[in-house]
Write a protein that binds this ligand. Structure first.
Ligand code: SAM
Length: 264
C-alpha cells in the first residue's frame, strides 16, 4: 500500500513475523470448520494466517484508511471486513452477522483491551478468546488472590473463563515498537449461572473501587449493610477488615448471591 501513517489513537502496533502469527493461530486452536471474529485487521497480517486455518473470518477495523488496501488484498477470500468501531457494534448485530458460534482472535488495540474482553466473555456464542495484550494485562488476567495484580479483570476473566498466558511476546515484534512487552492470552469461555451479568460485573467493580478500603466499606449500599458484610466475612474465615483482593472467586460468588438473593 502507499504511504500509511500509524495512528496511535487506534492502538496501531502491527505484527509481521510469520512464525509468530502462525503460533497465535495454533494457540487459538481454530479448525477448518470454525468461524473467527478478529478485532483490528490492521494491514491484515494476522487475518491472512487466520483465513488459512478457519472456515470464515469476520474482521473489524475502525480505520477507514485501510479499506482499499484490505478489500483489494482479500478479494474473493473467506474474509469479510466490517469497517466499524467494534465498541459501537452491538452484540445483537454481531451475533446476527456471524450466525452462530465463533472464536475471537486478535492483536487487540491496547486502549480497549479490558472493555472488549469483558464484553465478549458475556457472549454465549463466543467459544474462546485468544488475544495479544500488554503483558501487565495478561498478568492481571491470570493473577491469584492476595497479589497486587488481582482485581476486577482477574475476577471477571476467571469467573467467565479459564485463562492461560500462552506466550510472551517481546515489544520488538511490533511496528512501531511499543514501550512494553506483550503476551498472548487464551480464555476458554465457561457458562456462568448469574442471572444478571451486568449486576455481577458492577458488584466486582464496586468491591475493588477503593483498593485500600475494607470490602465492607466499598460494598455497603442499600442492598446490604456494613455489618452484614462483616458477618459474612467472619463466616467464611476472613476478618471483618478484609479487602477485595483477599477473596477467592468462590467467595466473590457467595457474597454476590448473599447480596442479591436477599432481593431487597
Ligand atoms: N491485526 C493487526 C496486526 O496484528 O498487525 C493490527 C493490530 S493493531 C494492535 C489493532 C488494530 O485495531 C488497528 O488496526 C486499529 O486501527 C484497530 N482498531 C482500534 N480500535 C478499534 C475499534 N474500536 N474497532 C475496530 N478496530 C479497531
Amino acid at each position: 500500500m502507499g504511504s500509511f501513517e500509524f495512528k496511535k489513537k487506534f492502538g496501531q502496533n502491527f505484527l509481521s513475523d510469520e512464525a509468530l502469527l502462525t503460533q497465535i493461530a495454533k494457540i487459538s486452536g481454530i479448525m477448518s470448520d470454525d468461524v473467527v471474529v478478529e478485532i483490528g485487521a490492521g494491514k491484515g497480517a494476522l487475518t491472512k494466517v487466520l483465513s488459512r486455518f478457519a472456515k470464515k473470518v469476520y474482521s473489524f477495523e475502525i480505520d477507514k484508511d485501510l479499506f482499499l488496501f484490505l478489500e483489494n488484498e482479500f478479494a474473493n477470500t473467506n474474509v469479510q471486513f466490517v469497517f466499524e468501531d467494534i465498541m459501537n457494534y452491538s452484540d445483537e448485530k454481531l451475533n446476527k452477522l456471524v450466525g452462530g458460534k465463533f472464536k475471537l482472535v486478535a492483536n487487540l488495540p491496547y486502549y480497549v483491551t479490558s472493555p472488549i474482553i469483558t464484553r465478549f466473555l458475556k457472549n454465549k456464542n463466543m467459544e474462546s478468546l485468544t488475544v495479544m495484550v500488554q503483558e501487565e494485562v495478561a498478568d492481571r488476567i491470570i493473577a491469584k488472590p492476595k497479589t497486587k495484580d488481582y482485581g476486577v479483570l482477574t475476577v471477571i476473566c476467571q469467573m467467565y473463563g479459564e485463562p492461560q498466558k500462552a506466550l510472551r511476546v517481546g515489544r520488538e515484534y511490533f511496528t512501531p515498537v511499543p514501550k512494553v512487552d506483550s503476551a498472548v492470552v487464551k480464555i476458554d469461555r465457561k457458562n456462568s449461572e448469574f442471572a444478571s451479568h451486568e449486576k455481577f460485573i458492577s458488584f466486582v467493580k464496586q468491591a475493588f473501587a477503593m483498593r485500600r478500603k475494607k470490602l465492607s466499606t466499598n460494598l455497603a449500599c442499600q442492598n446490604i449493610s456494613k455489618a452484614e458484610i462483616e458477618k459474612f466475612l467472619l463466616s467464611i474465615g476472613h476478618s471483618e477488615e478484609s479487602r477485595a483482593e483477599e477473596l477467592s472467586l468462590n467467595e466473590f460468588k457467595s457474597l454476590f448471591e448473599l447480596i442479591y438473593d436477599k432481593k431487597l
